[in-house]
Design a protein around this ligand. Structure first.
Ligand code: URA
Length: 210
C-alpha cells in the first residue's frame, strides 16, 4: 500500500459511521454496524493481497483464473475493542489466522501496558492486519505493532474505525511502513485521550459495559 493513511469515504461507510456515533444507538445495533462497516473497510485494506492463477473448468471451457497467493493473512485483534472488528474481516477472509494483543491503557499516563500476546506462526510470510476501532494517542497501536514486528511481521496494515490526527502522526513517526485504513480522521483528542467528536468508548459501547 502506497498511502500512509486512507480514509474510506464510501457513502455506506459514512452513513453507518454516523449511526455509530449517535449516543442513542443501542449496544446490539452498534455491534452490528461495526461488523458491517468493518467488512467494507476490510475490502479496502485487502485491496493489494497477492494473486496467482489456477486452472478452472467452467461449464463453457478451461481457463486460468485468479486466486489468492501465499500464506493466509493474519488478523490481529488489539484487545478488547479489536474483537468487535474480527467478524467483519473474517466474513470476507474466512481462512485468515487470528492473533491477539492484550494492552490496556493506564488512565493516568495514557501509556499501554501489555498483558497478553498470541500470534499465528510464520508472521513474516503473511500480510498482517491489526485491528482496533480507535486510533487515539497511538500509544497502544505503536506498542502492538512493535510486538508484531518483534514476532517477525514485515507487511503490516492497521485497520481502525476512527483516527485522531495525533495518533496518525505518532504511528507515522514510529512505523512509517504501516499503512492505516480508517472511516474518518476526526478533529482532535481531548485532555483524557478521547477522540473528538468521536463516538465515546468503543469497548463500552460494543460490550455494553457502561
Ligand atoms: N478509545 C476509545 O474507545 N474511544 C476514544 O475516543 C479513544 C480511545
Amino acid at each position: 500500500m502506497a498511502e500512509h493513511l486512507t480514509v474510506v469515504d464510501h457513502p455506506l461507510v459514512q452513513h453507518k459511521l454516523t449511526l455509530m456515533r449517535d449516543k442513542g444507538t443501542s449496544t446490539a445495533e452498534f455491534r452490528r454496524l461495526l461488523r458491517e462497516i468493518t467488512q467494507l473497510l476490510a475490502y479496502e485494506v485487502t485491496r493489494d493481497l497477492p494473486l496467482t492463477t489456477t486452472p478452472v473448468e467452467t461449464p463453457m471451457e478451461d481457463m486460468e483464473a485468479p486466486i489468492l497467493a501465499g500464506k493466509k493473512l493474519a488478523l490481529v485483534s488489539i484487545l478488547r475493542a479489536g474483537n468487535g472488528m474480527l467478524d467483519g474481516v473474517l466474513e470476507l477472509v474466512p481462512s485468515a489466522r487470528v492473533g491477539f494483543v492484550g494492552l490496556y491503557r493506564d488512565e493516568e499516563t495514557l501509556k499501554p501496558v501489555q498483558y497478553y500476546f498470541k500470534a499465528p506462526e510464520s508472521l513474516n510470510d503473511r500480510m498482517v492486519i491489526a485491528v482496533d476501532p480507535m486510533l487515539a494517542t497511538g500509544n497502544s497501536s505503536v506498542a502492538a505493532i512493535d510486538l508484531l514486528k518483534e514476532a517477525g511481521a514485515t507487511d503490516i496494515r492497521f485497520l481502525c474505525l476512527l483516527a485522531a490526527p495525533e495518533g496518525v502522526a505518532r504511528m507515522k513517526e514510529a512505523h512509517p511502513d504501516v499503512s492505516i485504513v480508517t472511516a474518518s480522521l476526526d478533529r482532535e483528542l481531548n485532555e483524557k485521550g478521547y477522540i473528538m467528536p468521536g463516538l465515546g468508548d468503543a469497548g463500552d459501547r460494543m460490550f455494553g459495559t457502561k
